[in-house]
Design a binder for this molecule. Structure first.
Ligand code: HEC
Length: 142
């Protein structure tokens, strides 16, 4: 997809998600830059901060963080997502959601052994709309 279309894609997505409860704002309005980097925030980081990090927080970070990194995978940073875990390959392969273990495991059929979060966990699986958000982000933010 053309880069210039990305904001449109996400606007359409926001409309499609209109029936789900509003997500809490990720950063206080007084914070001009949500990341530690000094330069302008890339589209990829901006969408990560606004849309992806809250999804990971809801369903993944409980088992994938600094203290407890199941499968040697951390879901609490963009770098951790990109890296992935010990066996399933790259967490994110930009442009290729079907080669990105983070997407594949989160989107796996619930009966699959490696489906994330694990069936028995108390964390909710990502909804179809949330999976679509993750997929479009991986596909389009080059
Ligand atoms: C209740 C705990 C729990 C939650 C919540 C959870 N996971 Fe996991 N995850 C695990 C465990 C345990 C493993 C190790 C799997 C294994 O070794 O069989 C793992 C492994 C992984 C791996 C690494 C696979 C590899 O070896 O390369 C990825 C990627 C992953 N999870 C993604 C996610 C994503 C994305 C979410 C949220 C949608 C999530 N997980 C939520 C427990 C959890």
């Amino acid at each position: 997809m053309n880069r210039a279309l990305l904001p449109l894609a996400f606007a359409a997505l926001a409309l499609a998600e209109g029936t789900t409860p509003a997500k809490p704002a990720t950063a206080p309005a007084t914070t001009p830059t949500p990341t530690k980097t000094s330069g302008p925030v890339s589209e990829r980081e901006r969408i990560y901060n606004e849309k992806i990090a809250p999804l990971m927080e809801k369903s993944c970070v409980g088992c994938h963080n600094a203290k407890k990194a199941r499968g040697h995978f951390r879901a609490d940073s963009l770098a951790g997502l990109v890296k992935g875990g010990e066996d399933a390959g790259e967490g994110i392969s930009w442009g290729k959601p079907k080669e990105s273990s983070v997407y594949l495991l989160a989107a796996a059929n619930r009966s699959e052994k490696l489906a994330m979060p694990p069936k028995k966990s108390d964390k909710p699986a990502l909804t179809p709309a949330e999976l679509e958000t993750l997929k479009i982000w991986i596909e389009t933010s080059k």
